[in-house]
Structures are given as structure tokens and as C-alpha cells.
Design a protein around this ligand. Structure first.
Ligand code: GAR
Length: 196
């Protein structure tokens, strides 16, 4: 059984998909044992508590440097003997100092088909705004390993989602989550956990 930590910043629907997948047995090679948020009011924390998973809040403003902030997260991960770190709507770009400690052990879900609409500045609704304003007819989600290049690590899984006439960023975000993110993230986590 691999020990899994999930890092979050917001609503935590991807965390919920992971918790549900553990319950239903889609994730069977790992256990979600810690949820860390960089926002004190993230609803994701409630989801973790409801599932009986330990939570921690690490606020950037409480540290003088990025090293201090990331060091506090690393301490928590080390104490819990975490094997796999899942970034599920974690809106912080981790430094190379952090990512090189966990090669092919940090997994991120991104709401587009990488290499489109990714990298710095492309997060949350902005990604869907960019896809709609470019006019692509197909988008999707990508689960990938995290390295020092934002959204640049090896791709683990992708799923395409159709863009429809009249889509708004909000409508498209919901479709990409339902049809792609919530499906491929748990599958990819199980794949990585089972192969580690
Ligand atoms: C998700 O769509 C996720 O793919 C995206 O933020 C949303 C978080 O929702 N992540 C990024 O844009 C990372 N670059 P959630 O908190 O409900 O899982």
C-alpha cells in the first residue's frame, strides 16, 4: 500500500473523485492519508474531514521564503512517509528544489490537452477561457508527472472532451471535470501506485 498525499487549494472536486475511487476500489494500491491546503478556507478540507483523512494547512504568508513554505510541506510529507503526491487543483508552482526530491512521484491534473493551454498563468477557468477564445473544437484533461517545468513533465493519461456551441468557460470547465478529470485522475493514481 502506497501512502498518498493530496495537495489542494480550492473546491476539491478532484480530491472527492480520489476519495470516492478509494472507497469503490478503483484505487487499491494506495491510501490517501494526508490532505494539505495552502488556503485555510478551501472546501477541499471539509471533504477530507468528512472522509476521515488527516488535514494540514500551510500558508505561504507565514514563511519568509518559498524554501520555508515548501520546507514545511516537505516536513509533513516526510513525517507521514508519503510515497505519492497528487496536486489536485493546487494553485502553487513548486520549485525545482521540491520537485527533484520526488522524481516521478508528483502527479498533477491539468484541464487541457497538454501541450495546449498550459504552463504559467494557465490554471482553473483561465485555461477554458483560452481554449474558447482560440476556438479549438476539442479540449480535455491531462494527468502528468511534475518536474521543474510548469506542466512539462511526462504525460501519464489524457482524455479528450468536445467543445459545444454556446459553451462558457464555466460550462466547459464542468464538462471537462465530469468527462475527463474525475475519471483519469483516479485511474492514473492507481496506475502509478501499482507500478511503484
Ligand atoms: C481543476 O479543473 C484542475 O484541473 C485545475 O483546477 C481545478 C480545480 O478544481 N487545475 C489547474 O488548473 C492546475 N494548473 P477542484 O479543486 O474542484 O479539483
Amino acid at each position: 500500500m502506497k501512502n498518498i498525499a493530496v495537495l489542494v487549494s480550492g473546491g476539491g472536486t478532484n480530491l472527492q473523485a480520489l476519495l470516492d475511487a478509494e472507497k469503490s476500489g478503483i484505487i487499491k494500491s494506495g491510501k490517501i492519508s494526508l490532505v494539505i491546503s495552502n488556503k485555510a478556507d478551501a472546501y477541499a478540507l471539509e471533504r477530507a474531514k468528512n472522509a476521515g483523512v488527516e488535514t494540514a494547512v500551510v500558508l505561504k504568508k507565514n514563511y519568509e521564503s518559498r524554501e520555508g513554505f515548501e520546507g514545511a510541506i516537505i516536513d509533513l510529507l516526510t513525517k507521514k512517509k508519503i510515497d505519492i503526491i497528487v496536486l489536485a487543483g493546487f494553485m502553487v508552482i513548486l520549485s525545482e528544489n521540491f520537485t527533484k526530491k520526488y522524481p516521478e512521484r508528483i502527479i498533477n491534473v491539468h484541464p487541457s490537452l497538454i501541450p495546449s493551454f498550459c504552463g504559467e498563468g494557465f490554471y482553473g477557468l483561465h485555461v477554458h477561457e483560452a481554449a474558447l477564445s482560440y476556438g479549438v473544437k476539442v479540449t480535455g484533461a491531462t494527468v502528468h508527472f511534475v518536474n521543474e517545468i510548469p506542466d512539462g513533465g511526462k504525460i501519464i493519461m489524457q482524455k479528450a472532451v468536445e467543445i459545444k456551441e454556446g459553451d462558457t468557460p464555466e460550462i466547459l470547465q464542468k464538462r471537462v471535470m465530469e468527462e475527463a478529470e474525475w475519471k483519469i485522475l483516479p485511474m492514473a493514481v492507481e496506475k502509478v501506485a501499482s507500478e511503484l
